[in-house]
Design a protein around this ligand. Structure first.
Ligand SMILES: Cc1cc2nc3c(=O)[nH]c(=O)nc-3n(C[C@H](O)[C@H](O)[C@H](O)COP(=O)(O)OP(=O)(O)OC[C@H]3O[C@@H](n4cnc5c(N)ncnc54)[C@H](O)[C@@H]3O)c2cc1C
Length: 425
């Protein structure tokens, strides 16, 4: 048995990020990944990475690698019942963009970066099957290697970065709190759909949702998230229903001039899932801690950012001389940070996932964003998770939205769209 400072289960977005940021603090890290394939990647993802992840992506040294690989700096326009709302340039001091990058590109790049980081012992083909430890404190991971042999990795801190169906959480007895999702989801990649402006698009059809995301290698992902009332139609003829749905989108993509570049994938039921992010000697990051409805495209950013918060809070405790008490305090600080940063977002995402009619603050804020650039700027800062719900829907923001809408009404019958809003091809 080898002993490390940290043992991480899962070498995808959250696991590689946590491993790199912890190893850079001088810690030894075992990074265990179930897949033996260096090119393995998560298939079920539309990979719109929100700009709130950009500071972590840059700190990791990943940004130049993504740029070189052709990742698209993203910006998005959203279609609402009030017309198109174009994402304006970000306010100074906020991240300027996120990335659209296929997971087939992102995951191997990130894993390669981890493999080259001194201090990380990357073990592909190692499936975590058990936890080490005693008296209620986790003290390492047991894995099965490609030959079927059990290998133990003792560690002062275990990190569960093994995704939504986290085996680590299950072994530790950390139960997920689930809440229902009223939509299902299908996505398919296409060539020949990259719009001239390279921008992503999202349609809020209340309650149905759709997107187009241009990515690296000329691939545009088309995705639909209809309310479950439409499920039977999709079950009867998935391809046909998908094509009809996309063709009916206002200003939608022209599938007739596109070539399908891969299989259609999706889910019919994806409840929101949250778990307590720490236990003695153990932290969960990424989807293992919080896996919410993907319609807002927040999962990768939450994975990058939660890994960063863990490294920031627990890394110094492991690197210093404070021992178990310091690590306990560091893990407590990580749990508080996770809650402070993500609980408000998770609350709104869970509520919206029901597919219910829009609430009045949503109607007020979205309609104002279609008319006024500073309202639009805050809407996109919120959607990218650069500001929280408490700020986005604060009384001054709601009052400003009322003023914007009233001024528009007083102007009587003028165009509903904000001046300069895009006329889409
Ligand atoms: C339909 C859909 C669309 C989405 N679209 C977006 C989007 O546009 N933007 C966005 O930001 N997010 C999106 N997401 C969410 C995003 O995919 C996840 O939030 C993200 O992948 C979480 O990263 P992670 O590292 O926590 O987990 P994962 O990426 O799931 O990685 C878990 C890793 O752990 C490994 N593993 C699992 N079990 C074990 C084990 N026992 N032992 C060892 N290794 C193990 C796996 O092989 C994998 O490498 C979408 C999700 C879905 C379902």
């Amino acid at each position: 048995m080898r002993t490390y400072d940290v043992a991480v289960a899962g070498a995808s977005v959250a696991g590689c990020s946590a491993a790199i940021l912890l190893a850079r603090q001088g810690l030894s890290v075992a990074l265990l990944e179930r897949s033996p394939d260096p090119g393995a990647y998560k298939k079920l993802c539309t990979h719109y990475i929100q700009s709130s992840a950009l500071p972590v992506i840059e700190r990791l040294g990943l940004a130049p690698l993504l740029e070189e690989a052709g990742a698209v700096r993203n910006a998005i326009d959203v279609r609402t019942r009030w017309g198109w709302v174009r994402e304006p340039a970000a306010e100074a001091g906020r991240p300027a963009h996120g990335y659209n990058v296929r997971r087939a590109t992102l995951d191997p790049l990130l894993r390669g970066l981890a493999a080259r980081t001194p201090g990380i012992d990357l073990r592909p083909g190692h499936t975590v099957t058990g936890l080490l430890g005693e008296r209620g404190r986790v003290g390492g991971l047991r894995a099965q290697d490609a030959s079927g042999a059990a290998v133990d990795f003792a560690a002062r801190l275990v990190v569960g970065a093994d995704g939504r169906f986290s085996r680590v959480a299950e072994l530790a007895g950390i139960e997920g709190r689930a809440s229902p999702n009223g939509r299902f989801f299908y996505l398919a990649p296409y060539r020949g759909l990259t719009p001239p402006d390279g921008r992503s698009r999202m349609w809020f059809l209340e309650p149905d949702i759709a997107y187009t995301f241009p990515n690296d290698d000329g691939i545009t992902v088309v995705a639909v998230a209809p309310a479950k009332a439409r499920l039977e139609t999709f079950k009867a003829d998935r391809e046909g229903a998908f094509a009809r749905f996309v063709r009916a989108l206002p200003d939608g993509p022209d599938l007739d001039r596109a070539v399908r570049a891969g299989p259609m994938m999706g889910f019919v039921d994806w409840p929101n899932l949250a778990r307590a992010p720490v236990q003695a000697g153990l932290a969960l990051v990424g989807d293992a801690a919080l896996s919410v409805d993907p319609v807002w495209g927040t999962g990768c950013a939450f994975a990058f950012r939660s890994a960063d918060w863990l490294a920031e809070q627990a890394g110094p405790a492991l690197a210093g001389a404070g021992g178990a008490a310091a690590l306990r305090a560091g893990l407590g600080a990580y749990a508080r940070r996770h809650r402070a940063e993500l609980a408000g977002h998770a609350l709104h995402i869970r509520d919206f996932a029901a597919g219910r009619p829009w609430r009045w603050p949503e109607r007020l804020l979205f309609s104002a964003a279609a008319l006024d650039e500073s309202c639009a700027r805050d809407l996109f800062a919120y959607a990218a998770r650069n500001i929280g719900l408490a700020r986005f829907a604060a009384p001054p923001a709601l009052l400003r939205a009322v003023r914007v809408n009233l001024a528009h009404r007083l102007r009587q019958g003028g165009p509903r769209r904000r001046a300069g809003a895009p006329a889409l091809p």
